[in-house]
Write a protein that binds this ligand. Structure first.
Ligand SMILES: Nc1ncnc2c1ncn2[C@@H]1O[C@H](COP(=O)(O)OP(=O)(O)OP(=O)(O)O)[C@@H](O)[C@H]1O
Length: 847
């Protein structure tokens, strides 16, 4: 019978595990690779049964003379050919039938069948060797055939092979070969590995620590095990034999210190730790480069002075689809309205708090690039330039290097093709260039905007980190007029690049996991904390992943605490829509078109409060889209379409650049994009509408594509460490901490419900929400008793205070009860009879 579930077994070589190790990143821990098996065909199963029947028939024929002429014929042929080894034939046939008919689709089953058949031949030679039969000199085949039938020789096959081999290897040689083949056959047929054999033979030599305990328990989530100190594999006999090396382990203290998933390179060096400075390149006595390359490098010698070596970024892994987090349940309209009311109240409440003057954090809180001795890698760049020209030449493409721009992560070799060379010919040779340079991949920009040249971007061997402090201290940031200026990174020429959210006016940040999105978001937020006061810029941060943005809680720039609950997130977007409408109303009253106009009036008018810009940051759009795709998409689009003039901006990040997350509508409304490394060109197209991001190197290597730009620009994003974020936030909070009173959440809800005009009737159907299912019962209660009090409804209908109060508001909106009159109870405006009439009429209309 075909078994569909694969129990992961070690392959003969001991390496064929189908389950990814549970150690490593948590996402990897979740990763299980299931081997997909096709069911075994009926024909194959029938064949297996036929072979088993035949094997039984042969087996009986070999021992008893009860199977007639055909049985006798089979016996004599089999023994004649293989001698005593012929007795193995029925066993091997049954084995093959089982392997083919039951495990037929498993990896290695064909090999098992072939090895099993060869075993008969091996045994027939062995029989010949050990029985030491005289080799006939005449009629060899016939004599061997007859001898084989006595089962005292190896038959024709064994005899002929033996006689051939004995001349070459002698008896000892044949013996060794047979032992070797026997062990191989045992390993292949039994599935026992060399390692297990060795462990049985040398129990102490083979360290078991290297074994993955989860390897034989497929699809079970394994706890991440802290690695133990690695024993010296080279001293292990099995280790030496198999040449398998323990994957580099992260020392626990390193993990603890940085509280990040430190990745190690091949040599066990953490990729985020600067490696010792590279040896200075020896001066080349005689230049072997073409004259134009030489002169170019001499001209720009300073430019190519390299910074201390940092290891090249680790390759990114393919991301796994995100599981829906448990706490994420589908969000209803009611939830959103409730959250929106809460948010409105929290904002109002914090706005009433006294605000001390904002103290800008000093730059010393940020890390400075430790300027160590520079190493000159001009020689290496020259060599690469020469290799590129030579590679292209070997494909018949004549080019010449016109410039080289050395950025922090990549170096761009600018080529001028000779007349008549098609650009597409160069772009088609990207992989060949990468191969010749032994580079991880090259990206070709053809042509470079504004230049008559083709750019070939080659990853640097030594990547240098761009520290946010460098950008924040740069003139471009300091002189940036917009309060939403933020540090982006450095371009390929090493120039500091800043962005302006106000111009974007909304931005989508996408990339695979670990590509640098969170660092980019942190740089954006930190930049704004350095640039603008809370009166100028406010944030709403939505972080369904919970871990990324929580550090900012308590800063005065936050309108509400960082939102981690998706229900509240959808509510926050709804609130933003309400705020946008409110702002437009204010603009209309003052006769201005946008926030700038309004704030200009406010500057000269004591009665008018200036409005801050609001940046809404969503870190992981996918999590929101999972719980309430329609609402979220709708809110984002409505905001994106109209929020610019109202001074409200969206910054949306996602690690899932798939069309179900970044829908066409979202894309159309968020015009600026930042793409980090992704695993495929399809993902790159989803973000940028063009390929390129799949060639990025990760760790902050990005393509920045602001609205209006002709092409994306490659940048190395600036780096900000969690500890820097912590110290900046601590500094700000020391001077001005906002406290959000979470205990009054019920009150908040109540107040929200009682607020007239704005979100006041939030609980009602008129806001687009669904009618409270207790409303009808509540109205009946009110008209019955002639009393409209929240406490009565609470008591009678067993409702919470907030819900009862919302229902009373809804009744007021429907004209059933009068307005709130302070200490006096509300009036009931209809009689029981009128209510019954109304209900009947409604029923009639519905029918
Ligand atoms: N600009 C940068 N310069 C240097 N290293 C960086 C940069 N950006 C990110 N990194 C490195 O890459 C790691 C992962 O970055 P980050 O956490 O921002 O990835 P991410 O895209 O947000 O991942 P996820 O989606 O899983 O949260 C960081 O811990 C850091 O070591």
């Amino acid at each position: 019978m075909a078994t569909k579930k694969t129990t992961t077994k070690k392959s003969p070589a001991g390496s064929g595990r189908t389950k990814t190790s549970a150690r490593g990143t948590s996402s990897r821990a979740r990763t299980t690779t299931r081997t997909k098996e096709k069911p075994i065909s009926v024909a194959r199963q029938v064949w297996a049964l036929v072979i088993i029947a035949l094997a039984i028939f042969i087996g009986v024929s070999l021992f008893f003379d009860v199977t007639g002429v055909f049985g006798r014929f089979l016996k004599e042929t089999l023994l004649g050919l293989f001698g005593a080894a012929g007795y193995l034939a029925p066993v091997i046939m049954i084995y093959c039938a089982i392997v083919s008919g039951v495990w037929g689709n498993k990896k290695g089953s064909t090999l098992k069948i072939v090895v099993a058949c060869c075993l008969v031949v091996v045994v027939s030679v062995a029989v010949h060797l050990f029985i030491k039969t005289e080799m006939p000199t005449e009629n060899i085949v016939k004599s061997l055939f007859i001898g084989g039938q006595t089962a005292k020789t190896g038959g024709v096959v064994g005899g002929l092979l033996y006689s051939g081999l004995v001349k070459i290897f002698g008896d000892i040689g044949i013996g060794l070969i047979l032992i070797l083949l026997g062990v191989i056959a045992f390993v292949v047929l039994s599935g026992v590995t060399f390692e297990e054999i060795l462990r049985a033979v040398f129990p102490k030599e083979v360290d078991t620590d290297y074994e993955d305990p989860e390897a034989d328990a497929p699809f079970v989530e394994a706890p991440v095990k802290e690695p133990e100190p690695a024993p010296d594999r080279t001293s292990s006999f099995a280790g030496a034999l198999f040449g398998r090396r323990r994957p580099p382990q992260v020392p626990p203290e390193l993990k603890k210190e940085f509280d990040i998933d430190v990745k190690l390179d091949e040599n066990g060096v953490p990729v985020s730790t600067p490696a010792p400075a590279a040896e200075p390149a020896p001066a080349a006595p005689v230049s072997h480069f073409s004259p134009d390359i030489d002169s170019l490098f001499n001209k720009n010698k300073d430019l190519f002075a390299d910074k201390p070596a940092e290891p090249a970024p680790a390759a990114l892994e393919r991301e796994e689809p995100l599981p829906v987090p448990e706490h994420m349940v589908e969000v209803t309209k009611k939830d959103i309205i409730k959250a929106q009311n809460e948010i409105a109240q929290t904002i109002e409440q914090t706005a009433e708090q006294e605000k001390p003057e904002y103290k800008y954090p000093p730059v010393i809180l940020l890390n400075k690039d430790a300027k160590q001795g520079r190493t000159d890698s001009a020689e290496e760049l020259k060599l690469n330039a020469q290799k590129i020209v030579d590679t292209l030449k070997s494909f018949g493409v004549e080019t010449k290097i016109v410039d080289v721009a050395k950025g922090p992560t990549v170096t761009r070799y600018e080529l001028q093709p000779s007349a008549g060379v098609k650009i597409s010919k160069i772009t088609g040779l990207a992989d060949d260039i990468a191969l010749n340079l032994a580079a991880m991949g090259v990206r070709i920009e053809a042509p470079i905007p504004g230049k008559a040249a083709v750019g070939i971007e080659v990853p640097n061997k030594n990547v240098s980190t761009v520290y946010i402090r460098e950008i924040i201290e740069a003139a471009s940031f300091r002189d940036g007029k917009s309060p939403l200026t933020f540090a982006l990174g450095k371009n390929i020429s090493g120039e500091c690049v800043v962005g302006d959210i106000a111009k974007m006016p909304h931005v989508l940040i996408a990339g695979a996991t670990g590509s640098g999105k969170s660092v980019c978001l942190n740089s954006l937020i930190i930049s704004i904390l350095y640039k603008s006061s809370p009166e100028e810029v406010k944030f709403i941060m939505v972080d369904p992943k919970v871990v990324e943005l929580g550090a900012y809680n308590g800063i005065p720039h936050l309108l509400i605490p960082v939102v981690t609950d998706p229900k509240k997130a959808a509510g926050a977007l709804s609130w933003a829509l309400g705020e946008m409408a409110k702002r437009y109303q204010l603009f209309a009253e003052k006769g201005v078109r946008d926030l700038n106009g309004y704030n200009a009036i406010a500057a000269g008018d004591d009665e008018t409060e200036p409005l801050p810009r609001i940046v809404i940051i969503i870190d992981e759009l996918a999590d929101l889209m999972m719980v309430s795709p329609g609402e979220v998409e709708d809110s984002i689009c409505r905001l994106a379409q109209a929020a610019r003039a109202a001074g409200m901006h969206l910054v949306v990040a996602t690690q899932r650049p798939s069309v179900d997350v970044i829908t066409g509508i979202i894309k159309a409304n968020i015009p600026s994009r930042i793409a980090f490394s992704v695993s495929s060109q399809v993902d790159s197209r989803t973000i940028l509408d063009m390929g390129g991001a799949e060639k990025l190197l990760g760790r902050g290597d990005m393509l920045y594509y602001p609205v209006g730009a002709a092409k994306p620009v490659r940048l190395q994003g600036c780096f900000v460490h969690d500890k820097e974020v912590e110290s900046v936030v601590d500094f700000i909070k020391k001077n001005d901490t906002v406290t959000y009173d979470q205990t009054v959440i019920d009150e908040i809800e109540l107040k929200a419900a009682q607020t007239k005009g704005g979100h006041g009737k939030g609980g009602g159907a008129d806001e687009g929400g669904e009618e409270d299912e207790m409303l009808q019962a509540a109205i009946e209660c009110v008209v019955e008793t002639g009393m409209a009090s929240v406490s009565m409804l609470q008591r009678r209908l067993k409702l919470g205070y907030a819900r009862a109060a919302r229902i009373v508001d809804e009744m007021e909106a429907r004209g059933i009860v009068g307005p709130y009159e302070g200490s006096k109870p509300r009036q009931v405006l209809i009689t029981k009879l009128q209510w019954q009439e109304m209900t009947m009429r409604k029923l009639d209309e519905e029918q």
